[in-house]
Design a protein around this ligand. Sequence first.
Ligand SMILES: NC(=O)c1ccc[n+]([C@@H]2O[C@H](COP(=O)([O-])OP(=O)(O)OC[C@H]3O[C@@H](n4cnc5c(N)ncnc54)[C@H](OP(=O)(O)O)[C@@H]3O)[C@@H](O)[C@H]2O)c1
Length: 263
Amino acid sequence: MNDQTALITGASSGIGFELARCFARDDYRVVLVARHLDELKEAARLLHQEFRSVDIVLLPFDLSHPESADQIYAETNQRGFQVDALVNDAGFGETGYFTNTDMQTELDMIQVNAASLVHLTKLYLRDMVERNSGRILQLGSIASFSPSPCQAVYAATKAFVLSFTEAVQHELKQQKSAVTMTILCPPPTDTNFFQVAHAENTRAAQHPASARDVAQEGYDALMDGAARSLPTISAKFNFFSSLVLPDSMLATLMNTQLHAAHK
Ligand SMILES: NC(=O)c1ccc[n+]([C@@H]2O[C@H](COP(=O)([O-])OP(=O)(O)OC[C@H]3O[C@@H](n4cnc5c(N)ncnc54)[C@H](OP(=O)(O)O)[C@@H]3O)[C@@H](O)[C@H]2O)c1
């Protein structure tokens, strides 16, 4: 063990699981957070199979509950863990006209994708700044860069994550802190995301990137202390488009991605 601990939310599947793999490979103790204990256990089994000596701790928490962040922080403190790396990966989307989608699902989405991310960041970043060491990876998306008709609330949460991350990155520089914060903005990626978001048939879901490749790029950027990670040409295209195109045009481009592929 390298004596360092990484706490990864959303670690039971997809990009979060692959990020947990990266930390396990580098001998971190990994603290895995997600709602379903069975899926966390399966993730732990796979990690143990590949990295025999990895120390794995499972914390089944629902981040749509506002009290979960405090409870997770209390749990890691009680176990005496210093969290050296925090990955706020847990998140989900929903697809459809805002007038048709379910309000509670979207309020939960705001809590998981944005509010709990801010809350966990507040708790662990304060300790990191005090120690003058630590790294945080925030999960944005290409949706961080433009309004997304038919995923209006999801994209808004990801735009929030981008704005929040860039502001705190600036503050950390002003404070001359060695702590770094990185935002990973994946393109469509082959995970459970599209199924959960009811978007399997959209154009965006047709040629997804590999979760392993996306996670590796994000992990490398985190370890380099980079401000952002834009895996694949498609993520870079979305980022650079957002620098030059008006939001109305970006929204039109995103809208075509969220149409059914067969139309
Ligand atoms: N896949 C893409 O195309 C894509 C593109 C850009 C950004 N992203 C972002 O990448 C992140 C990971 O998503 P993914 O693509 O890897 O999807 P995924 O395979 O569905 O993974 C989502 C993870 O979040 C956990 N989770 C969901 N709701 C939660 C809750 N209420 N409390 C705690 N954990 C919760 C899930 O476990 P449980 O269900 O057991 O809780 C799972 O571990 C998300 O933030 C997503 O927005 C994905």
